[in-house]
Design a protein around this ligand. Structure first.
Ligand SMILES: Cc1cc2nc3c(=O)[nH]c(=O)nc-3n(C[C@H](O)[C@H](O)[C@H](O)COP(=O)(O)OP(=O)(O)OC[C@H]3O[C@@H](n4cnc5c(N)ncnc54)[C@H](O)[C@@H]3O)c2cc1C
Length: 518
């Protein structure tokens, strides 16, 4: 017999060997001997009160053998002779579209402008050390897309859009830890993601798919409202009947191309702001009600904050406990920051984007002449401003949090995890008032919600501008662009995802749609 029960284990109890066995036996009123094994199904931390608990959901096996750890399998077929589906972009959306094509018996032909994960590392080093951004290979572009050298948090709110568990099991199948199936807030970590991505590549190639790195798509031919071929940067023309466009939200050249070809795109609401960085111990002491070091059983603490300021949401985005701020620009002449963390989240800093919602219909009056690209142009202007005010390298403009809110230039800055370095800048007066004034009010409110958060020991770093796409590419019920048969806008770049998991789920859906009638 197997019984699923909930257990609540205090931090002190967590140290006792066999605590789950003891508690399970007590709750089920049976002897420990009757229990042949316990499998943890879910684990979360409840740190709302000073006494911290772990909440477990467990399966208790009574007089019955515990099954071997399940090995997830996916039914991949040999597609080497299958009909082709072209996939532009090898981020989470493109990778999962390719895997789904193989399950369905179709041959994915992936075209990716960036390099494989190993070669890509050299370009990341060049951004951090030489302040040089390779426009095809950076934190956003290359094998695994923006998801590879990312934080690898696997939270999603789009539970209705697909089978989240299936995405997780597939990640485990390709080498992620089974822990992601248990944790309430699963996370892979930037040190582990490249291996998972490489394994996905191996599966695609093993079953007869194709992946072409360093292959940028620059145009496509449409004839009688049907996609006909794809043009590559090297001049090649590739005939294609079904194209999944999964180029992510940083592929600005794709938005410009669609706009130039008068193919419908739309301005979309998005969010921009700054990244704030605290010493991790400050966040730990607030969230875990402790002073000094957190308990060794507790992970680096996270937070999630939101405040309505003058009719717009100000909120934390992509919070990275024990992490690093990274330079996520995709071109020289711009500075963009984002965050990532290793699987152990053991760095001494906690960083998070703090962003202001930008309503595409109401807030971009000065950019109306750019039509559907108005949000993109606003985003670009902010990134250029960060570049010039940071000193015209990948060093980022920064200010102490209290100075930013109180409107004075900082004399100096706190230590940071951001490798290219920080330069003092008056972000409070440089940022557009629409964003800056809301951020300042937002930070004050966050200081009320989390005592100790509002501190001069934190830095505010500019700019966090790539939270989601400022443009969406429309599609109809069959997930095709309404004007072009055979073109399937997909993932974050189309406006259909906002993170690794939702992009992966959208990739699968687009693959299922693309094989229709082929
Ligand atoms: C530093 C960082 C940390 C992040 N942390 C998290 C996190 O913890 N959790 C989370 O859920 N999300 C995180 N994200 C966001 C997440 O990575 C994205 O939401 C996700 O990768 C979007 O997937 P996608 O496949 O739609 O697009 P992308 O991942 O952007 O992939 C698009 C791919 O298309 C390629 N491409 C673009 N243009 C062309 C072209 N013309 N020709 C050929 N190829 C092209 C690009 O090179 C890229 O590889 C993070 C992002 C960054 C940058």
């Amino acid at each position: 017999m197997v019984k699923e029960i909930q257990l609540r284990v205090s931090l002190q109890e967590e140290r006792f060997k066999d605590i789950l066995l003891t508690k399970s036996a007590r709750q089920l009123a049976i002897g420990k001997d009757a229990i042949s094994g316990i499998k943890i199904l879910r684990k979360s931390i409840d740190a709302r009160k000073p006494k911290i608990y772990f909440n477990y959901k467990v399966a208790v096996f009574i007089d019955e053998q515990v099954p071997e750890d399940s090995i997830y399998t996916f039914e991949y077929k040999d597609v080497s002779q299958g009909k082709a589906i072209h996939i532009i972009g090898f981020g989470p959306a493109g990778m999962y579209a390719a895997l789904r094509c193989i399950e369905l018996g179709y041959k994915p032909i992936v075209l990716e402008r960036g390099k494989n994960v190993r070669d890509r590392r050299r370009d990341l080093k060049a951004i951090n050390q030489d302040h040089f951004v390779n426009e095809d290979s950076n934190y956003c572009f290359g094998e695994g897309g923006a998801g590879t050298y990312s934080d690898g948090k696997l939270y999603t709110r789009s539970l209705k859009r697909g089978d989240v568990r299936r995405i997780f099991e597939n990640l485990v199948f390709h080498g992620a830890s089974e822990q992601i199936l248990i944790d309430a807030h699963p996370h892979i970590g930037t040190n582990k993601l490249p291996k998972v991505v490489q394994n996905i590549r191996k599966t695609i190639l093993k079953y007869g798919g194709e992946i072409h790195f360093e292959t940028r798509v620059v145009d496509f031919t449409v004839n009688k409202h049907k996609i006909e071929s794809i043009q590559l940067q090297n001049g090649d023309d590739m005939p294609a009947k079904r194209v999944i466009l999964a180029t992510g939200h940083s592929a600005r050249d794709i938005y410009y191309l669609l706009d130039k070809k008068k193919i419908a795109i739309k301005a979309k609401s998005f969010a921009m702001g700054v990244r704030v960085e605290h010493p991790q111990h400050i966040i730990d002491s607030i969230q875990y009600h402790c002073s000094g070091k957190r308990d060794s059983l507790l992970p680096a603490a996270a937070y999630s904050l939101v405040q309505q300021v003058k009719d717009r949401g100000v909120y934390s985005f992509c919070m990275c406990p024990g992490g690093f701020i990274v330079p996520a620009a995709t071109a020289n002449g711009e500075v963009v920051v984002n965050g990532m963390s290793p699987s152990k989240r053991n760095n001494e800093f906690a960083n998070s984007g703090i962003v202001v919602e930008i309503n595409a219909d109401l807030d971009l009056n000065k950019y109306e002449q750019h039509g559907a690209l108005k949000g993109l142009e606003y985003q670009k202007d902010l990134e250029r401003l960060a570049f010039t005010s940071g000193g015209r390298t990948q060093a980022a403009p920064a200010q102490r949090l209290t100075d930013f809110v109180e409107g004075r230039l900082s004399n100096d800055l706190n230590p940071t995890s951001y490798q290219p370095g920080l330069n003092v800048a008056p972000l409070h007066s440089l940022l557009p008032k629409f964003i800056g004034s809301r951020l300042r009010k937002g930070f004050e409110a966050f200081g009320q919600k989390m005592k100790g958060y509002y501190t001069s020991e934190a830095n505010v770093v500019g700019v966090e501008s790539r939270t989601s796409s400022p443009v969406s590419i429309p599609r109809n019920d069959s997930l095709e662009h309404p004007e072009i048969e055979g073109l399937f806008p997909c993932g974050e770049g189309g406006g259909y995802a906002g993170g690794i998991v939702s992009a992966a789920m959208d990739g699968e859906r687009c693959a299922e749609a693309a094989i229709n009638g082929l």
